[in-house]
Each structure stands twice: as structure tokens, then as C-alpha cells.
Design a protein around this ligand. Structure first.
Ligand code: ATR
Length: 277
């Protein structure tokens, strides 16, 4: 009996900019695994049918990106707790019966990035300050709470979005005014920017780091540029800083492992691969 070559891919629209095919196909060749990872530009109206069809075509799973992360969750047969809490899926695995298991690995990617690159960072040693209340913020907050952060201090330009997150995540989340950095940064172990401020072409994040302990780890989930103005300023005053590229790389590893049976390594080669054009 001939074994089918396993297929996986990424579904989004547009999809040309996605770094995932480069990364996943690199891992396939590095580990000598026969398989393919394919970018797919799929419209909202075709999503449900495509997800029903793919398992029959030999697909073992797919990543899902903008704008399908929420819809993918509602089309799944099984949803992991963390995906339900975040309200979006980025990694789908197809069972032998074609059933869809939806997961969200963004929080895992965020945490693994800080654990691998953050020196002796201990998320439980103090509160975490989180800027921004979009989808990425939900993943970051749930990961920090899981990792034992005693308190999340959350500030967002649109305060109502931060209040909504507090409703979902509970009393360990405290909402602060945007950006009332004075009280917010005092005594924190971690500062994370989940907004798009600081990204190439966007406005800079205006924040005073005066009250930030120099022992705090500072992370920006933006990775273009790698060293955002926030990270540059934090590093200059002695804070340990971690750029956002690792989150992108580590969020990809659970899918690859599930689909192809090998835990892939994140290293300098994968960083350069994803950064290069
Ligand atoms: P994602 O899912 O990637 O987190 P998002 O849902 O669009 O993306 O969220 C973007 C985040 O960046 C939000 O917290 C947004 O603040 P609002 O909720 O007030 O929109 C924040 N953001 C974007 N541009 C901003 C700006 N110029 N000033 C302050 N915050 C900004």
C-alpha cells in the first residue's frame, strides 16, 4: 500500500507575504521529511468548504492567518482551551476522520521566545505590563497568566477593549489609562508591547521608562525592525530585551511537530531565513 505524502499549508488572504511556507519547507528538507507546505489564498466564503476538502486531499493540517483566525475556530470540531480563551485559531490539525482540531499557539510562541532568549527572566517574580488589547494581546496575557505572572497591568488606547479583556481573563488583569506609565511600570518583571506602534512605517510608541526597574525584561512583538525604538531605549538603560521574531518562529513549531512528527529547532539559521527576502 502506498503511503500518502503528508501535506500542510497556510490559509489566509492575502497570503503572498506569509513567512510560514519558507520556514516550514526549510524544516521539512532539514529533517529529510517527505512533505509539502503550501500557501493558499482563500476567501471568507470558501473557507468552510476548503477545510472540509483538505483532509480528503491528503492534508494533515494547516495554519490559519488573517482574516480567518476567528472563523476557523467556529468551524472546528474540537477547540483547545487556550484557543477558546483567545477567541481565534492559528493551527488546525485534521484527524483521520477529517475532524478539525483548532489550537492557538501564539501564546506558546510568545512565552518560548522569552524563555529561550530572556536570560534568567522569571514571569512569576512580578507584575507584567502589557500595552495593547488586540488579538495578539489576548495570546500574550493568557500565556503570562499561565506562566504565573501575579498581575497583568493592561493599557490600551481604546480603554473599552482593555476592559473587555479584563472581563474575559479575570481579576489578575488591571486596566490602566493609555499610557499612564508612572504607576503602571513600577515594580514590574515584564513589559510587552503588543501594539503596532514602533513598526516600520508606523508611529513610535511614546512611553517614559523612568519607573521601569532595570531588572525587567522588555519585549516587543513587532519584529520589523528587530530593534524597535522601545527595545533600543530599554537596552540602553540596562534592561534585558527580546525582539519579536522568536514569537513568529516558535508559534510555528507545535503545528510542524503534530503534522510531521518531529519537533523542529529554532536557531540562527531559521531567524535569518525568515528575515531574508
Ligand atoms: P492584533 O490582533 O495584531 O493585536 P489589532 O487587533 O489591530 O491587531 O490591535 C492593534 C493594537 O495596536 C490595538 O491595541 C490598538 O489600539 P486600539 O485598540 O485603540 O485600536 C493598538 N494601536 C494601533 N495603532 C495605535 C496608535 N496609533 N496608538 C495607540 N495604539 C495603537
Amino acid at each position: 500500500m502506498s503511503e500518502r505524502i503528508p501535506l500542510a499549508g497556510v490559509i489566509g488572504s492575502p497570503i503572498a507575504h506569509s513567512k510560514s511556507p519558507k520556514l516550514q519547507n526549510y524544516w521539512l528538507s532539514r529533517y529529510g521529511i517527505e512533505g509539502y507546505y503550501i500557501p493558499m489564498d482563500i476567501s471568507q466564503s470558501d473557507l468552510a468548504e476548503v477545510l472540509r476538502m483538505l483532509p480528503r486531499q491528503g492534508f494533515v493540517g494547516v495554519n490559519v492567518t488573517i482574516p480567518h483566525k476567528e472563523a476557523a475556530l467556529s468551524l472546528a470540531d474540537t477547540v483547545t482551551d487556550r484557543a477558546a480563551l483567545i477567541g481565534a485559531a492559528n493551527t488546525l490539525t485534521f484527524g483521520a476522520d477529517g475532524k478539525i482540531i483548532a489550537d492557538n499557539t501564539d501564546g506558546y510562541g510568545f512565552l518560548e521566545n522569552l524563555r529561550q532568549n530572556g536570560g534568567d527572566w522569571d514571569p512569576s517574580s512580578g507584575p507584567a505590563a502589557v500595552l495593547g488589547a488586540g488579538g495578539a494581546s489576548r495570546a500574550v496575557i493568557s500565556a503570562l497568566l499561565d506562566a504565573g505572572a501575579p498581575e497583568i497591568r493592561l493599557a490600551n488606547r481604546t480603554k473599552a477593549r482593555a476592559e473587555a479583556l479584563r472581563q474575559d481573563f479575570g481579576s489578575r488583569v488591571e486596566v490602566y489609562d493609555w499610557v499612564q506609565t508612572g504607576a503602571m511600570l513600577e515594580g514590574v518583571a515584564t513589559l510587552v508591547n503588543t501594539t503596532s506602534l514602533g513598526m516600520t512605517g508606523k508611529a513610535e510608541l511614546k512611553i517614559s521608562l523612568e519607573n521601569l526597574p532595570t531588572s525587567a525584561l522588555v519585549n516587543d512583538i513587532v519584529y520589523s525592525p528587530l530593534m524597535t525604538p522601545l527595545l533600543t531605549e530599554a537596552q540602553a538603560r540596562g534592561n534585558t530585551v527580546v525582539d519579536g521574531l522568536g514569537m513568529l518562529l516558535y508559534q510555528a513549531t507545535p503545528g510542524f511537530e503534530r503534522w510531521f512528527g518531529q519537533k523542529p529547532e529554532v536557531d540562527e539559521t531559521t531567524r535569518l531565513l525568515v528575515l531574508g527576502e
